[in-house]
Design a protein around this ligand. Sequence first.
Ligand code: ADP
Ligand code: MG
Length: 335
Amino acid sequence: MKHLTLAALGLALLLASCAPAAQKHTATLLAMDTVMELTAYGPEGEGALDEAQALIQELEGLMSATDPDSQITALNQGQTVTLSPPVRELLAQALELCGATDGALDITIYPVVRAWGFPNEQYQVPDPTALAQLLERVDYAQVTLSGDALTLPEGMELDLGAVAKGYAGDRVMELFHQAGVTCAYINLGGNVQTLGASPDGDPWRIGIQDPEGSSYLAVVEVTDQAVVTSGMYQRYFEQDGVRYGHILDPDTGYPADSALSSVTIVSPSGTLADGLSTALFVLGREGAEALWRSRDDFDFVLVGQDGTVTISEGIEDGFSLQGAGTDYALEVVRR
Ligand code: ADP
Ligand code: MG
């Protein structure tokens, strides 16, 4: 009798939490310079995936700094632009994060990003004097956003590359929710975002990549959250035996050198998770911990070059080192 009750309860939970696994819909697309995989469950999933793909392409067309027709390119060329609502919304959120991270995230870093050749993959180590001059054009605090207008001082250029995928994730989740989808999982090139619980009613189990290898080193369990990783290994070039990563320290103009191999942020907000994963990679372990203590809207996984994995206590339950991760030492930071 007891067994039957449990079985019935289990079934009820399954139905309440998610659509049957049989109605799984998937789509793969190339956008924002990466491979994106979208998965949505239930009868509404199929149509929602089509809309989501169109939405992502639209956002990319508005925000890409390398697309000659985007609003960001127009701003970077000094044109006056009436910002479309998503661009305005993301710029507002991003500027707030630049302030919250004291400029470790700085969306005006584009002149320096270009000097390193990251956008067109013509990599080079810039001349230090040239770099110092370019850094004078990097300061998010000089950007003013007022209504649907943005004022960008002359010579300054925007790069939303550190936050655009996170924002796209938030918008896709919103679209799914409005379409009646209750269970979905998307992976926008390392930016994972989940809607609801997994089809079996348990939390989603998200693998965190081993920065040194092709497999994953930990699993984190989440429901309704974004899990976003930034790391040196995602984009870099090597010259004379030195590896130069694509996350730059706005203070120096050089690749962030914070003794971390990767930073993963877990948060209900994809934009916040994306912005902070980049910023905490610049800030390093101490800065990351200090920022975490000052707010309550995210948790982190820091993979250190010294073989330590540091997590914040909010994700301790359901977090486990796996595979290559079992060689790492786990440290939990508490409030
Ligand atoms: P990915 O795009 O690989 O997921 P990130 O979210 O960390 O990685 O974004 C990195 C991109 O953001 C870089 O390619 C560059 O365009 C831009 N960027 C690099 N450093 C910074 C920084 N300190 N602040 C803001 N944007 C940055
Ligand atoms: Mg980011």
